[in-house]
Write a protein that binds this ligand. Structure first.
Ligand code: PBG
Ligand code: ZN
Length: 323
């Protein structure tokens, strides 16, 4: 049966009806806010390419924690910077580093799930996500550094650790390290499907983590490769990942959907810095209406199968009632 007996417009007649029948809803608790911590600052500092986002010194981040709790976000994704970059990235696992200090300060007292990003790019002089010389990254020496870093964060109170270095075997290395140190309850969210993307540029400004030479294509995936992306995720599942992530977001919604069909794990999408910057720039020009665009984008992630979404819009969208 079709038109004229069938008229889909009947069910779109009133705002109440449309709201009643809405298939996908955004719950604040499914949103996670990424934040940047910088021990060298005495007060918060705006990130130019990410309007509305800041680098926070430890104490100044307290206010963000309170706001995220009040907004009932699911949690925070933590990125740090060292006092000083080093060849071996040792600032990443230094227990006096800004991430362990933040974790000790808030874990156990906040309802938020605290997720620590585990990578070396903000900590190495090379700006690469792993260790090596001349722009080359040695996978296997990187693994022990990542595992050490994850253990440092877990012992400071991280609920989850999220390895983003795209090292082969990083999930099993972290699981072994965590279990060996007695952190059997610390979960691993794998950034399994992470493509080399032009959309990370504002983040690299925020973190001062751009590679000195070359790029990250030797370890991050080619965004053209869907089947390879699914292999990445399947390997992370085998290695014991508790949850999976697809990153970046909108440009890979097809992969998110395919991951949803294939795996039963909790699935995260990352609406990354460049995507945030695009929205902010167009909104500043008055070319798009942010409060309509942001919910549309976030809904797309959930409709495509995400259980949680990492987004810099999280706090503003909830506080301003955009969702
Ligand atoms: C570091 C890391 C990056 C992002 C998350 N973790 C940048 C990169 O790989 O260069 C990007 C997040 C964003 O752009 O918002 N491994
Ligand atoms: Zn990195």
């Amino acid at each position: 049966m079709g038109y004229p007996a069938v008229r889909l417009r009947r069910l779109r007649r009133t705002p109440w009806l449309r709201e009643t029948l809405r298939e996908t809803r955004i719950v604040p608790q499914r949103l996670f806010l990424p934040i940047f911590l910088d021990p060298a600052l005495s007060r918060e500092e705006p990130i130019a390419a990410m309007p509305g986002q800041f680098r926070y010194p430890l104490e100044q981040a307290d206010a963000i924690v309170r706001r995220a709790e009040k907004a009932r976000l699911g949690g925070l994704l933590l990125f740090g910077r060292p006092e000083r970059k080093r060849e071996d990235g040792a600032g990443a696992w230094d227990p006096r580093g800004v991430i362990p200090r933040f974790l000790r300060r808030h874990s156990g007292t906040t309802s938020l799930t605290l997720i620590a990003d585990v990578c070396l790019c903000a900590y190495t002089r090379s700006g690469q996500c792993g260790l090596g010389k001349g722009g080359r990254v040695d996978n296997d020496t990187t693994l022990s550094a990542l595992s050490r870093t994850a253990v440092a964060y877990a012992s400071a109170g991280a609920d989850w650790v999220a390895p983003s270095a795209m090292a082969d075997g990083q999930v099993s290395a972290l699981r072994a390290g965590l279990d060996g140190a007695g952190f059997k309850d610390t979960a691993i969210l794998s950034y399994g499907l992470k493509s080399a993307s032009a959309l990370y540029e504002p983040f690299r400004e925020a973190e001062d983590s751009a590679p000195e030479v070359g790029d990250r294509k030797g370890y991050q995936m080619d965004y053209a490769n869907a089947r390879e992306g699914l292999r990445e995720l399947a390997l992370d599942v085998e290695e014991g990942a508790d949850a999976l992530m697809v990153k970046p977001g909108l440009t890979q919604l097809d992969l998110l959907w395919r991951a949803r069909e294939r795996f039963s794990h909790p699935l995260a999408a990352y609406h990354v810095s460049g995507e945030y910057a695009q929205v902010k720039a167009a909104a500043e020009k008055g070319w798009v209406t942010e409060e309509r665009l942001v919910p549309e984008i976030l809904t797309a992630f959930f409709r495509a199968g995400a259980d949680i979404v990492f987004t810099y819009h999280a706090l503003e969208a909830v506080e301003k009632g955009w969702l």
